[in-house]
Design a protein around this ligand. Structure first.
Ligand code: SAM
Ligand code: SF4
Ligand code: SF4
Length: 338
């Protein structure tokens, strides 16, 4: 009698350091209406601004996203640059939402254009929204956006997102020494009282144009100490492998997170790929080059095989070797998606 053949499940895709592929960030727009000095200082973008023709169209983005989901991605975040500058973004949201196997579709925005778009993004199927807010004082907010932002517009955007049904909303705040440290407690109290989840991000040496200095970083431990001077906080267990934020529960309700890329790198669990607006795959936020996926768009099999091969070769762990890393020119964060 012939032996019975049993299907052997394909081994999950893992990179050279054993890390799975779970998370994809898609930059849908490389430019921005802000010029936050820590990201895209005034005068820095001229060489990277692309024409509309060089950007992937929505069908191409959805095709690539589908190939990533087939290789294990479960979460997609749309970002930029400023993603809400991309015309008809809800159309892309509804295309991505139809991909079988995708569990979570999120967006990070500076919030300036959110008031008008929150409801249509929600209707199109967007699951979650993160809004960046670095200060709650008008003048300081404007300064931290490179002289362009209007805090009231952003707060209106957050309110519109709430009305549209996004809950909880996450708020990102990059803390820079001597600049917005004074905002740590006000931001925490303001957003906690509204049921939103604030996440403090250590100022990172992303890209090459922000003039990053380690002296400007406020380590998460110092931010935590400030919060603990006024509130009781308890560490929370991670909800998923590869979760980037160290989370704390607040006595009396609420949650706060810390993204400790500088003081306590998390490369060991990094399961995140990034797709630039012109179709390049970056396997690390600090990479200096990406892999062009556009030539493989004609065949879905080819695209999947390429993604799989690139991920298997991945050995990036920049944050763990930051001090020994060479001084290559790194890709800018606004180009590959924060
Ligand atoms: N424009 C959108 C926004 O600001 O939310 C999305 C793109 S932005 C690159 C994504 C996130 O990266 C934002 O929360 C921003 O504050 C953060 N970011 C940018 N530059 C950073 C840096 N040098 N260090 C840490 N976070 C940074
Ligand atoms: Fe624009 Fe976001 Fe970068 Fe600020 S952090 S310049 S809002 S892309
Ligand atoms: Fe992932 Fe690169 Fe950041 Fe490390 S430095 S956590 S590998 S993106």
């Amino acid at each position: 009698m012939k032996p019975q053949l049993q299907a052997i499940p394909a081994a999950p895709l893992a990179d050279a350091l054993g890390r799975p592929l779970r998370d994809l960030r898609i930059s849908v727009m490389e430019t921005c209406n802000y010029r936050c000095p820590y990201c895209m200082p005034e005068g820095s973008v001229d060489e990277v601004a692309l024409g509309a023709k060089q950007r992937l169209d929505f069908t191409e983005i959805a095709q690539i996203a589908k190939a990533f989901v087939a290789q294990g991605v479960r979460k997609i975040r749309l970002t930029g640059g400023e993603p809400l500058l991309r015309r008809n973004l809800p159309e892309l949201v509804s295309l991505l939402k139809r991909i079988d196997g995708l569990e979570d579709l999120a967006l990070t925005t500076n919030g300036s254009l959110l008031a008008a778009q929150a409801a249509s993004l929600r209707e199109a199927g967007l699951d979650r929204i993160t809004v960046s807010v670095d200060a709650l004082e008008d003048d300081l907010f404007r300064r931290m956006s490179g002289g362009r932002g209007d805090l009231s517009q952003v707060l209106e955007g957050i309110a519109a997102a709430e009305r549209a049904g996004f809950s909880p909303i996450k708020i990102n705040c990059v803390v820079q020494r001597g600049l917005n440290e004074c905002q740590i407690l006000p931001l925490f109290e303001f957003f906690r009282n509204r049921g939103h989840i604030l996440r403090f991000i250590e100022y990172m040496d992303v890209g090459s144009c922000n003039g990053w200095r380690s002296a400007d970083v406020v380590p998460a431990a110092a931010i935590l100490a400030r919060l603990q001077s006024a509130h009781e906080l308890m560490p929370l267990a991670p909800t998923a492998p590869g979760e980037v934020a160290a989370r704390y529960g607040v006595a009396g309700g609420g949650e706060v997170g810390f993204i400790t890329s500088v003081s306590s790198p998390f490369c060991g669990d990094c399961n995140r790929a990034r797709l630039s607006v012109d179709g390049k795959l970056f396997t690390c936020l600090f990479a200096s080059a990406g892999f062009d996926l556009k030539p493989h768009l004609r065949s879905s099999e080819r695209l999947s095989a390429e993604i799989s091969a690139l991920w298997r070769h991945r050995s990036d762990r920049y944050s763990e070797i930051r001090h020994a890393a060479d001084a290559r020119k790194k890709i800018e964060m606004f180009f590959i998606g924060g």
